[in-house]
Design a protein around this ligand. Structure first.
Ligand code: 5GP
Length: 310
């Protein structure tokens, strides 16, 4: 059937109304993003308040992608799990879909406050982003966190202590650790040395109710996710790509060919960030460390303030 075009004046008014509606939806998304409202609050407003047009006309996919730390891959997975079509708007969800979405929000909420306070958190991220600095800060300031000590076949650098920074082992010893089934994950990093996480100390710490932090590479993070799906994966990001380049070149530990190779690897690693549960930007080490610790169910009192109370 031929469509009848509205008169010009109506068209202008309709265009203005559409722009206003888009702006209102953008403001709702922003409020979730900057955490002034939760996605759950927005959804229940859409369902309970008949005047809440911006909330009701927001697509479910947009509602979920506005949640900080939730990447498009996890959103797509959640939508599939919930049986909600791409084009569905929050206000247009059926009763069963609403119930499933509410349950999904509840589960997410409980993941942040589990009944048992111990959690296994994996910190990964691109080369030179400062994972080591953040985990050292955590070791020195948050003694309640059990930092896993990896085994490696590389030689200690000046100042590194066996048993504190790493267990420095020979290739034969590393093979033996694998053969005797002691390793949760292992990886060859930067095509050079082997690194791995022993399983037993992690099991013991978790059984004692401690939260455990693994600072490992991307391959290791994937292996841990496969072996222990309950692990929380945190991706550490640089503030900008330029800053990552500056950090890699500035530390001066690699020659220029190796720097170039690691930057290529970093691009690939950055592309994996959506596989992670949370993203933390490493602008300032103390702040990034605090954000990582806050993702672990432990009291967030740095040791400095704790000792000042003694
Ligand atoms: P570095 O030799 O500079 O201390 O560490 C090199 C890389 O190895 C870093 O990306 C670090 O996260 C990673 N790494 C350290 N320990 C482990 C581990 O146990 N497993 C895996 N997969 N990677 C590790």
């Amino acid at each position: 059937m031929p469509r009848i075009a509205p008169p010009d004046v109506d068209r202008a008014a309709a265009a203005r109304a559409a722009v206003a509606a888009r702006r209102a939806r953008a403001a709702v998304k922003q409020s979730i993003h900057d955490r002034s409202r939760t996605a759950l609050e927005v959804a229940t407003t859409a369902w309970d308040d008949p005047t809440a047009a911006a909330e009701a006309t927001l697509r479910v996919r947009e509602l979920l992608t506005s949640i900080p730390s939730l990447g498009p891959t996890r959103v797509a997975k959640a939508m599939e799990q919930l049986g909600i079509a791409e084009s569905k708007r929050v206000g247009g969800l059926g009763v069963r879909q609403r119930r499933r979405l509410l349950e999904w929000f509840e589960q997410r909420e409980n993941r942040g406050h589990p009944a048992s306070p111990s959690r296994l958190v994996v910190l990964a991220g691109p080369t030179a982003v400062g994972k080591g600095t953040v985990s050292t800060f955590i070791r020195e300031n948050y003694p309640d966190v059990h930092l896993s000590v990896s085994a490696t076949t590389r030689a200690p650098r000046p100042g590194e202590v066996d048993g504190v920074n790493y267990f420095f082992v020979s290739d034969d010893e590393f093979d033996r650790l694998i053969e005797t089934g002691q390793m949760l994950e292992t990886a060859t990093v930067h095509n050079a040395f082997r690194y791995g996480t022993a399983r037993a100390p992690i099991d013991v710490a978790l059984a004692e109710g401690k939260s455990v932090l693994l600072e490992i590479d991307l391959q290791g993070a994937r292996s841990v996710r496969a072996a222990m799906p309950e692990a929380v994966l945190v991706f550490l990001l640089p503030p900008t790509w330029e800053e990552l380049v500056r950090r890699l070149i500035g530390r001066g530990t690699e020659d220029s060919i190796e720097q170039q190779r690691r930057l290529e690897t970093a691009k690939v690693e950055l592309a994996a960030q959506d596989e992670f549960d949370h993203r933390v930007v490493n602008r300032e080490v103390g702040q990034a460390a605090r954000e990582v610790v806050e993702l672990m169910a432990i009291p967030h009192t740095p040791s400095s303030s704790r000792s000042s109370r003694l």
